[in-house]
Design a protein around this ligand. Structure first.
Ligand code: NAD
Length: 290
């Protein structure tokens, strides 16, 4: 069984990006400058944003973190987005989700200028992705593609089952895996909460990408021998044996599923670090305009 090590793969990608940043610097060219807007102080969001800022610093990007209070009005947030849209020093930015309930996330996604949308969430970029045109690819699904590619996992002609159809993970994941590309060229089944016979569907899968947000949901009886399993889920569960009082688990029951797999990604250390590497790749793309 091959462990799809996202931590090591992400470190390799970051190293490549750092070298490209050095080359830009030595030519006197602009280095990528990314910004993040964080509204409120949700603990998980704060952790994710801090990790993104730190990753920018490590590869030599410039970064700006804009922290707004939880009671920020939608108008004020739109104003901040417009400032970043119009600021030539900023190459790309993200608005960390989820946002407080009084702010309409769809409006926010639409307001970010597509050429600065390094999250790849704007409908124009989603459309370009679906058509196979150059664009910012959404970080988590693209991180999974990078992981499959760098481990030379054969995807062409394989049956790939994606569990979960969210706009940021499952749906773009299904599009990327079905595109005429490598990795890609899979026959994809996109499953969701209304899917009948999920177990039977999964048992016919060569590759299962799990992103439904339920701890240890995918169990060994749902996986055929020799399958490749990628776990996108991330959950904190209580664990009194840990100093922190919790540990991280994914959407896959790793202990029972792993022995059946040809390859599997762990949690932590799997898709999570790949997401950040993928965001940095978009940052570089924003500057190189390719
Ligand atoms: P979401 O809640 O937006 O979507 C969940 C999807 O799962 C929905 O489409 C729903 O139809 C489907 N679903 C729910 N119950 C199901 C069931 N019983 N059978 C089949 N499908 C079912 O979640 P999301 O934002 O896509 O996130 C999914 C998981 O991935 C979460 O654990 C999240 O924390 C994690 N995540 C991780 C990263 C990362 O970088 N590692 C990034 C984004 C999300």
């Amino acid at each position: 069984m091959i462990l799809l090590d996202g931590k090591a793969t992400s470190a390799a990608i970051k190293e490549e990006i750092a070298q490209q940043v050095d080359q830009l610097k030595s030519k006197g060219a602009k280095v990528p400058h990314l910004a993040a807007i964080l509204v409120g102080s949700d603990g998980a969001s704060q952790t994710y944003v801090n990790a993104k800022v730190k990753a920018c610093e490590r590869v030599g990007f410039e970064s700006t973190l804009i922290e707004l209070p939880a009671d920020t009005t939608e108008d004020k947030l739109m104003e901040t987005i417009d400032q970043l849209n119009n600021d030539d020093a900023i190459d790309g930015f993200i608005v960390q989700l989820p946002l407080p309930k009084h702010i309409d996330e769809d409006k926010v996604t639409l307001r970010v200028a597509p050429h600065k949308d390094v999250d790849g969430f704007h409908p124009e970029n989603v459309g370009r992705m679906a058509l196979g045109l150059p664009t910012f690819l959404p970080a988590t699904p693209n991180g999974v593609m990078e992981m499959l590619g760098r481990y030379n996992i054969e995807t062409s002609g394989k049956h790939c089952v994606v569990i979960g159809r969210s706009n940021i993970v499952g749906t773009p994941m299904s599009i990327l895996m079905s595109r005429n590309s490598n990795p890609g060229n899979s026959t994809v089944t996109l499953t969701h909460s209304r899917t009948a016979n999920l177990k039977e569907v999964c048992l016919s899968a060569d590759i299962i990408i799990v992103a439904l947000g339920k701890p240890k949901f995918l169990t060994a009886d749902m996986v055929k021998e020799g399958a490749v399993v990628v776990d996108v889920g991330i959950h904190r569960i209580e664990d009194s044996s840990k100093k922190s009082g919790f540990r991280l688990v994914g959407d896959v029951d790793f202990e029972t599923v792993a022995p059946k797999c040809a390859a599997i990604s762990p949690v932590p250390g799997g898709v999570g670090p790949m997401t950040i590497a993928s965001l940095l790749q978009n940052g570089l793309k924003a500057v190189l305009k390719n």
